[in-house]
Design a protein around this ligand. Structure first.
Ligand SMILES: Cc1ncc(COP(=O)(O)O)c(C=O)c1O
Length: 323
């Protein structure tokens, strides 16, 4: 008799309940954002792609690997393309739903460009399908999961890929255990190892994501965003109101001047740099984006933070800014 594939007996696997719930039940669940873009590229036969300069190099990875030609475009203070696109046949452009607050603008883009636009919702996990164009997100950016991304398509496509089994949860466990420094190193190493290979979401993330209370998390993000806005509205160089249905990623506080983020790290406030890659790309003509990278304080507003946490960040920033 052939041995069963499912092992019987012995030690237990991690105890996570499969609740059979999926917030993105109409999407294709893959392992990460790059895998989604890679799959999109397989279907669209793009000759050229326009990419916002204000992005990380990870977004370029599938495009470079597939040897699709690309050019950067610039954005303005509203985080919208500086100029209208005149797309030739087989040309596409990617637009990032910056900080999860550009959904209304995206509606107008879709009306104009339909399936020629690819929406990068890696900062807007809560956005669901529009069925007119391509869009994808990335679960790691919103939740403590090792992989996961959801791809929406303008038409049905066949998907038959292996599940992702190549992952580590060490950094997630160690941050939970309070081993912050070790977890950070492990996180950096893990992220470095990610690539654009098309794989289905891992069983670990699929189960973890089924256990999330999306409604309360969404509410918390909006609340925290508004709290920061009530304090920083006057000094924020951005004027980016939060639309009723948007669930934001960060509170993007754009300062007039650069402040040394190390002074915040010393206070255990870890502000990401979005995106270092823009400084390292040696290209002329994207001063606004490079300035943005240096002057932006992207304040975390996720479900881990209560008012006293936000107050601590506010007091620290006020002290540094001398206000
Ligand atoms: C704007 C943007 N798009 C796409 C990606 C790629 O997502 P993932 O890391 O899930 O492949 C990232 C992050 O790495 C990103 O910041």
């Amino acid at each position: 008799m052939k041995a069963r594939v499912k092992p019987i007996g012995g030690f237990f696997e991690l105890e996570i309940q499969n609740k059979d719930y999926n917030y993105h039940s109409n999407a294709i669940p893959l392992s990460n954002g790059r895998a989604c873009l890679n799959l999109i590229l397989k279907h669209i036969n793009a000759q050229k792609i326009w990419i916002p300069f204000y992005t990380c190099d990870a977004l370029l990875e599938p495009i470079i690997n597939k040897q699709v030609s690309y050019s950067f475009y610039s954005i303005n203070i509203n985080l919208e393309p500086s100029e209208d696109f005149k797309l030739k046949e087989n040309e596409y452009f990617i637009y990032i739903n910056y900080f999860g607050i550009k959904s209304k603008f995206i509606e107008s883009l879709i009306n104009k460009y339909s399936d020629k636009i690819i929406i990068d919702n890696t900062q807007a996990f809560f956005e669901r399908e529009n069925s007119k164009t391509w869009s994808f997100n990335s679960a790691r950016k919103f939740f403590g999961v090792p992989d996961g991304a959801y791809l929406y398509t303008p038409y049905d496509i066949a998907v038959d890929y292996e599940r992702n089994t190549d992952l580590s949860c060490n950094y997630l466990f160690n941050r939970l255990l309070g081993k912050q420094k070790q977890a950070y190193q492990e996180f950096i190493e893990y992220e470095k190892g990610l690539d654009d290979e098309i794989k289905k979401i891992s069983i670990v993330s699929e189960y973890l994501l089924a256990n999330i209370d999306y409604l309360s998390i969404a509410h918390k993000r909006r609340y925290n965003f508004s709290y920061y806005h009530s304090i920083f509205e006057e000094i924020n160089q951005f004027n980016l109101p939060l639309a009723t249905n948007s669930i934001p990623y960060h509170y993007p506080l754009l300062l007039k001047n650069i402040i040394d983020k190390n002074l915040l790290y010393e206070r255990n406030i870890f502000i990401p740099i979005l995106w270092k890659d823009t400084i390292q790309r040696r290209l002329e003509g994207f001063n606004f984006e490079q300035d943005l990278t240096q002057k932006l304080i992207a304040l975390p507003i996720d479900h881990r933070y209560e008012i006293d946490d936000l107050d601590y960040v506010i007091e620290s920033l006020k002290e540094l800014l001398g206000i």
